[in-house]
Design a protein around this ligand. Structure first.
Ligand SMILES: C[S@@+](CC[C@H](N)C(=O)[O-])C[C@H]1O[C@@H](n2cnc3c(N)ncnc32)[C@H](O)[C@@H]1O
Length: 278
């Protein structure tokens, strides 16, 4: 039984890193005209209200996207497309209220030649996702996203972008994500794969990272952000594995994260390494 609801965490520092990487990868791939098949294996409910009871209960967005929004930082070019989306969805001069989840970020940048498929297993999240998708250019499957992805590969579109963003409620998820990544890569080696993971005081994420190092997939870039004032238990950082990062992605994502790492923004330290080189 799934109990995780992303509404408690939407817009936190991890979402800022994840959605920055997602939008940067998508836009860099869109520099070429060929269609891209985008897959979101763990989509959530697509749109979040940062003033909702859920969001206010944890107030995680206050230390995340709200800080960027309020800081008035003069952010560089790669942040501008994300800020433009937030500006369209929210009135100026007030805290952000509407925040896009990963499916909405995909849809906002989707071109006519791109396809988008989202998976969500939680019954109420899946229902909201289906309502959000409506009759647009989005396919929603309310089923296991890891199995569903493997069934859909290779896609008809010439290029592939996958976001895997599980809630890791079950410890075996770390190994399962690594296994699925390996099987997906064997079916579609040219695909760009983004895999998010939490950095935990327990260190459980090492299972995922070790399994990826021991598996067939390469090259794998690893971006991490670590809270400078971490809690004593739970999530102390956020990581993203990027397989087949577009050329120049490494430097551009590093620069984006450096811009928002200061005390007035996310208050994090950042790192960027090759977990598995070419
Ligand atoms: C971290 S949240 C997703 C957040 C979303 N990707 C975003 O960035 O806005 C993870 C989601 O995965 C869903 N989930 C958990 N296990 C799943 C599975 N095996 N297949 C599909 N969805 C799953 C959860 O219900 C939850 O909504």
């Amino acid at each position: 039984m799934l109990s995780y609801l992303h509404g408690f965490h939407a817009g936190n520092f991890a979402d800022v890193q994840k959605h920055a990487a997602q939008v940067l990868a998508l836009r860099m791939m869109q520099a070429k005209p060929g269609g891209i098949a985008c897959f979101d294996t763990h989509a959530g409910s697509a749109l979040y209200d940062l003033s909702s009871e859920r969001s206010r209960k944890t107030a995680e967005a206050d230390q995340g996207v709200q800080k960027l929004w309020a800081a008035g930082l003069s952010l560089g070019d790669d942040w501008q497309p994300l800020l433009a989306v937030l500006t369209k969805m929210n009135p100026p001069g007030l805290p952000l209220r509407k925040y896009p989840g990963s499916p909405e970020w995909f849809r906002r940048f989707q071109r006519a030649q791109d396809a988008f498929t989202a998976f969500e297993l939680h019954p109420t999240e899946g229902e909201q996702l289906s309502d959000w998708a409506g009759r647009g250019q989005v396919r929603v499957f309310r089923e296991d996203g890891l199995r569903g992805l493997l069934r859909q590969l290779p896609p008809p579109a010439p290029r592939l972008l996958v976001l895997m963003d599980p809630s890791y409620e079950i410890k075996s998820d770390y190994q399962q994500v690594a296994d699925t990544l390996g099987r997906a890569w064997c079916k579609c080696r040219h695909g760009v794969y983004l895999v998010w993971y939490p950095i935990l005081t327990t260190g459980h994420e090492q299972v995922l990272k070790r399994a990826v190092v021991d598996g067939p997939v390469k090259p794998v870039l690893c971006s991490e952000v670590h809270l400078k004032r971490p809690p004593t238990r739970g999530m102390v950082g956020s990581g993203m594995l990027v397989v087949n990062a577009p050329w120049g992605f490494e430097e551009r994502l590093a620069a984006m994260l450096a811009e928002v790492s200061g005390e007035e923004a996310l208050d994090v330290s950042t790192s960027m390494n090759w977990l598995v080189p070419e």
